[in-house]
Design a binder for this molecule. Structure first.
Ligand code: G3P
Ligand code: CA
Length: 236
């Protein structure tokens, strides 16, 4: 099955990683949601992509510099459009409560250190083990996740094209999905990963050309900022 993952929600149109963006992605027909987890100063899991807050709210610095209560005071919507003024940062807990019961697939990306245990606890508490892939560019975060649970589905985000060594490394920790960039992925890479028993999910599908390419490769899906266009293309 090819899954259309709203990347940080429908982030082309709404402020990324907010409820407004996730809701819009679902409304547009996405059958998956991708999001990014970071740890606050007081150890809470919140959904935010960038290293720094700058440009996404009125404050500067990092997520880890602030408590959840402080972050909840900030406006994470205005930067995108005034109509989103007052949009709040979302916790992983709020995300789980709002979306994990829906018939969707989730790609939860670990962005900062020390998120593994609480993320896993939330996924389990909401009975979402079979709906979630925990992803990261940081292999050590995936290793830590595996050490905590033998069944959690792990996806490794990579920058380079798929190769045998990368697949073997992921398989060595029982990972199930390799995630290369659409731009550098060709059919033979996908066939290699599949011959080794891995699923392939693409990222970096930033244009409609790449979107069309993603649909020809025989992969399990892609993250995309404009899930409406992908839905329309897949339905044709
Ligand atoms: O789909 C995975 C993708 O989100 C990875 O890149 O930078 O958007 O987290 P990034
Ligand atoms: Ca991400």
């Amino acid at each position: 099955m090819f899954i259309n993952y709203a990347h940080r929600g429908a982030s082309e149109y709404a402020p990324e990683n907010t409820v407004a963006s996730f809701d819009l992605g679902i409304k547009m027909g996405a059958d998956g949601i991708e999001t990014d987890v970071q740890r606050t100063r007081d150890g809470e899991m919140v959904l935010f992509h960038n290293d720094k807050l700058d440009g996404r709210c009125s404050c500067t610095g990092k997520i880890e510099d602030y408590t959840l209560a402080e972050l909840k005071e900030m406006d994470f919507g205005s930067w995108k459009d005034e109509k989103y003024a007052g949009e709040k940062i979302t916790t992983l807990e709020e995300f789980a409560e709002r979306y994990f019961h829906l018939d969707l697939t989730f790609a939860i990306e670990l962005k900062s250190c020390g998120c593994e245990e609480k993320t896993l606890e939330i996924i389990k508490r909401y009975n979402a083990m079979d709906k979630v892939y925990v992803s990261s560019f940081q292999f050590e975060f995936l290793e830590e996740m595996r050490s905590l649970d033998k069944d959690i589905r792990l996806s490794w985000l990579i920058l380079e094209p798929i190769n045998k060594e990368t697949c073997e490394k992921l398989l060595s920790i029982g990972g199930v999905q390799i995630c290369p960039k659409t731009e550098v992925t060709e059919k033979e890479h996908v066939e290699l990963a599949k011959s080794m028993g891995l699923e392939v999910r693409l990222w970096g599908t930033f244009t409609t050309e790449l979107m069309k390419k993603a649909c020809t490769l025989g992969v399990e899906g892609t993250t995309i900022n404009f899930p409406d266009k992908l839905k329309e293309y897949l339905d044709k």
